[in-house]
Design a protein around this ligand. Structure first.
Ligand SMILES: Nc1nc2c(c(=O)[nH]1)N[C@H]1C(S)=C(S)[C@@H](COP(=O)(O)OP(=O)(O)OC[C@H]3O[C@@H](n4cnc5c(=O)[nH]c(N)nc54)[C@H](O)[C@@H]3O)O[C@H]1N2
Ligand SMILES: Nc1nc2c(c(=O)[nH]1)N[C@H]1C(S)=C(S)[C@@H](COP(=O)(O)OP(=O)(O)OC[C@H]3O[C@@H](n4cnc5c(=O)[nH]c(N)nc54)[C@H](O)[C@@H]3O)O[C@H]1N2
Ligand code: SF4
Ligand SMILES: [Mo]
Length: 755
């Protein structure tokens, strides 16, 4: 036995911040300690409790050791059996193929959860899987999250992935809505040590303002906290736009020749004077006007809106208004404003493209338009439960827990039982995967390489890093699991060689990347493949992207250009500099302009204007919240993170609690149009009156869930209350914040629900 220890550096894959970690590994190949990597080019030593517990997550005893097959029809009482990988894939083929043959491609649905964005192999390998399935019934966590921002970016800039991020390190004024980075560590804005970067704004004489119905930890540190009535950010932002337009504060600067639709914008925002929107938002008219003027007059300023701004009924209008405010006040694509990174795996664009649209086809039951090739996950249960041609009979989930994370999840939990077959790629048997017939557990995060695909495109600096796998995997990689599922879905069978998919991906990536390449168009794809340095299939894809990316060596054509081999010698990452202006090159609209006034937004803004004339909604509304020590539904099983006081509580203002006769720790009964729950009250003046808050991701007490630590502190599932019919119409995103509810100290009887 050897006792020597070694230190390794790699990125934390658990949230968007992608912090550099320093891991101590003992002679037995066990990680004994994790600290922040002080030399990391981006995070400079920052770490949070989740990153420091990554090895505990890696070693979680409840992580499934291998594939499992369910024996028995009732997920509440069924027995689970460990099988070999070959048996598991054979079982998938045996049960999935007949359903596709008998009922057609749309009879199989797919749900893709959030951790797919944290695993770079997933976006690469999910594409061939979805292609092989050939189904239109694709759902993901995007429609309980950021879909509004995709739609607004698509409409404005022609590319739904071109989301501008606040240039935190150079701004002097940040107006932040519906985000709580002190707990979340940031979202659609990759900025390790987000809190430290906010403090730096203050240290250099700037300030940041938080708009949130709760006085969050972020709001406590802010220079100003502005409480807002949930669901009304679009009105506040339109009010600010009205002030900017009416007071002649519009300043497009160098973007003037690149902007289309300004006269419509002036017309659209006219009805939204601060006086009109103040009673709706709860934000005083004078505050709205003051914020607008401050933004317009600041040299370096930026508006940033996140989850609380997006997961509401006018999420897309709010997302659009954020960018338009930045644009008209001269803060878009400018240092200190909202800018776009250019990641190492990306290439600059050509300033024009096909543009963005939605609704190429519609969902079967509720006729929701397709958005980025998906339907709202809020309608997944409808597609399973409603008989007829095209009914969903089978489901593939990858890294998702919709039974806790999506609307009306009590119903989803019931209707998943109707499926003829379900297969889940997931390390745990949890609330969702207990419904599966086969569970295929991927290796834990320390057993795979890491390269930022998603978040490098959202980072506040251009940075690149590649972390090779640290510990050997016990079974097939997630890439291989997904490749084998693709082969089954594509009819090649369970025994087909996954190398077929690896090669297809590699060749496809190379071919598309050299197609318009000035120096490589004539090159042979296979000759270039022979020159790849990496061995693992997913690493070879990252290598192609890096070498043919904006800073790459272009296969030897650019001296000193990046290669993956070079990145293997840079465990702290490579800093590629601050964000640089990208307009017009990044645009993919048909006009080659920023299209401010597209028809879908115009219609939605007109509807909002009309709503100002109707009666103001009354009654309690429910919002969510996050906590630094867990991530959505799946980190409650790590003892060191689960310790401490009870956290699945209903936050309530002291006066509201007094009026309802509720006090600290007592049970509150909560009913919405679709469900009811009971939760312990936590009285706090950090939440505004008329609003209560409950975190999501709890409710671990369902039968046959194998999460021993989480089950001991099960909590309640707030999404039992979320109404599946309340969506942001432009994006299909669920309304998770601002849900009308009824509250009582006593059991609520049927008929008590708000309408
Ligand atoms: N009420 C309310 N609901 C919400 C939200 C809210 O704020 N309020 N937030 C929403 C948001 S922003 C999101 S993103 C969604 C999340 O929704 P989901 O993605 O559906 O849920 P998660 O809880 O993230 O579940 C992640 C699943 O992935 C598995 N997993 C973890 N690591 C891996 C891996 O490496 N590979 C694979 N294959 N699986 C893995 C976990 O075991 C778990 O089953 O929830 C949404 N739901
Ligand atoms: N520790 C931890 N980190 C996480 C996650 C986690 O679960 N735990 N989840 C990750 C994921 S998947 C995501 S998407 C990100 C999300 O990260 P953030 O976007 O920062 O989201 P939250 O932390 O949920 O903060 C949203 C805030 O919006 C407020 N809010 C609610 N309704 C409204 C409204 O109508 N208007 C305004 N202005 N505010 C409102 C809430 O009170 C809350 O403080 O976090 C990621 N990071
Ligand atoms: S903030 Fe925490 S969870 Fe997120 S990347 Fe950093 S260490 Fe990991
Ligand atoms: Mo999310």
């Amino acid at each position: 036995m050897t006792t020597s220890t070694s230190t390794h550096y790699r990125s934390c894959p658990l949230c968007e911040a992608s912090c550099g970690l320093s891991l101590t590994v003992d002679g037995e190949q066990r990680v004994t300690r994790i600290a922040g990597d002080a030399a990391d080019s981006f995070s400079r030593g920052f770490i949070c409790p989740k990153g420091a517990a990554l090895h505990h997550l890696h070693e979680d005893r409840d992580r499934l050791p291998g594939p499992q097959v369910r024996r028995g029809d009732d997920p509440d009482s069924a027995r689970w059996e460990s099988v070999s990988w070959e048996e598991a894939f054979a079982e998938v083929e045996r049960r999935l193929t007949p359903i596709m043959d008998a009922h057609g491609r749309d009879a199989v649905a797919a749900y893709l959860g959030n951790p797919n964005t944290h695993n770079p192999a997933a976006p690469l390998y999910i594409r061939p899987l979805l292609k092989a399935l050939g189904t239109r019934n694709i759902f993901s966590a995007s429609t309980v999250d950021q879909m509004p921002k995709h739609v607004s970016s698509g409409l404005l800039f022609g590319d739904s992935n071109s989301i501008p991020v606040p240039d935190l390190d150079r701004t002097d004024l940040l107006l932040m809505l519906g985000a709580n980075p002190w707990e979340s560590n940031g979202s659609l804005c990759t900025a390790p040590d987000f809190p430290g970067r906010l403090r730096s704004i203050q240290d250099r004489g700037g300030r940041f303002v938080v708009v949130d119905p709760r006085r969050t930890r972020t709001a406590e540190h802010a220079d100003e906290h502005i409480p807002i009535r949930p669901g009304t950010d679009a009105l506040l932002l339109l009010g600010m736009l009205q002030v900017v337009c009416a007071e002649g504060l519009v300043r497009l600067g160098r973007l003037e020749p690149l902007v289309q639709g300004m006269s419509s914008l002036h017309d659209w925002v006219r009805p939204f004077s601060p006086d009109k929107v103040a009673p709706r938002t709860g934000v005083p008219a004078a505050t709205i006007a003051r914020l607008a003027r401050a933004l317009a007059q600041a040299e370096r300023a930026v508006v940033y809106g996140r989850l609380g701004t997006h997961t509401v009924e006018s999420g897309t209008v709010a997302a659009w208004a954020v960018d338009v405010l930045n644009l008209v006040t001269g803060h878009l694509d400018e240092p200190g404003g909202a800018m776009w990174p250019l990641a190492a795996h990306q290439r600059p664009g050509r300033g024009r493209g096909p543009g963005f649209s939605t609704g190429r086809y519609h969902s079967r039951v509720r006729q929701y338009p397709e958005v980025r090739g998906e339907f709202p996950v809020a309608t997944l249960a409808d597609e399973i439960a409603t008989p007829g041609q095209g009914q969903v009979k089978a489901l593939v989930t990858v890294a998702g827990n919709p039974v806790l994370s999506t609307p009306d999840s009590g119903r989803l939990d019931r209707v998943l039982r109707q499926l003829s077959f379900m297969v889940s790629v997931d390390p745990y048997r949890n609330e969702t995967t207990r419904h599966a017939h086969v569970i295929l557990p991927p290796p834990p995060p320390l057993s795979r390489s890491h390269f930022e695909l998603a978040f490098a495109q959202l980072a506040v600096r251009n940075v690149v890093k590649w972390s090779p796998a640290l510990l050997p995997p016990r079974g097939p990689s997630e890439a291989e699991i997904l490749a084998r599922l693709s082969l089954i879905a594509g009819g090649q069978g369970a025994a087909a060689d996954p190398a077929l998919v690896h090669t297809l991906l590699e060749r496809g990536l190379l071919a598309s990347r050299i197609k318009h390449h000035p120096a490589l168009t004539d090159h042979d794809v296979d000759a270039l493949r022979d020159r790849l340095w990496a061995r693992a299939p997913e690493d070879r894809c990252y290598e192609v992207m890096v070498r043919l990316g904006a800073y790459g060596d272009q296969f030897g054509q650019v001296a000193g250009g990046l290669t993956l081999e070079q990145l293997s010698t840079e465990p702290h990452g490579v800093d590629l500099g601050p964000l640089r202006p990208r307009l017009p090159e990044l645009l993919r609209t048909a006009s080659g302009m920023v299209e401010v006034a597209t028809a879908p937004i115009g219609k939605a803004v007109a509807e909002l204007a009309a709503s100002l004339e109707t009666a103001r909604p009354e009654g309690f509304v429910l919002i969510g919240r996050r906590d630094l020590r867990w991530n959505n539904s799946w980190m409650h099983n790590v003892p060191i993170l689960a310790r401490g006081r009870r956290r699945c509580t209903l936050h309530m203002h002291p006066q509201d609690a007094a009026e309802l006769g509720l006090s600290e720790g007592q049970t509150a009964h909560v009913a919405s149009r679709v469900g009811r729950i009971a939760a312990p009250v936590e009285v706090t003046d950090s939440i505004m009156r008329g609003v209560v808050s409950l975190p999501h991701g709890f409710g671990h007490d369902l039968p046959n869930v194998a999460l021993s630590v989480a089950a001991a502190n099960a909590g309640v599932n707030t999404n039992v209350l979320t109404d599946p019919e309340r969506l942001d119409s432009l994006s299909g995103n669920a309304v998770l914040n601002g849900i009308p509810i009824r509250l009582s100290a006593h059991d609520l009887s049927a008929g008590d629900e708000p309408s």
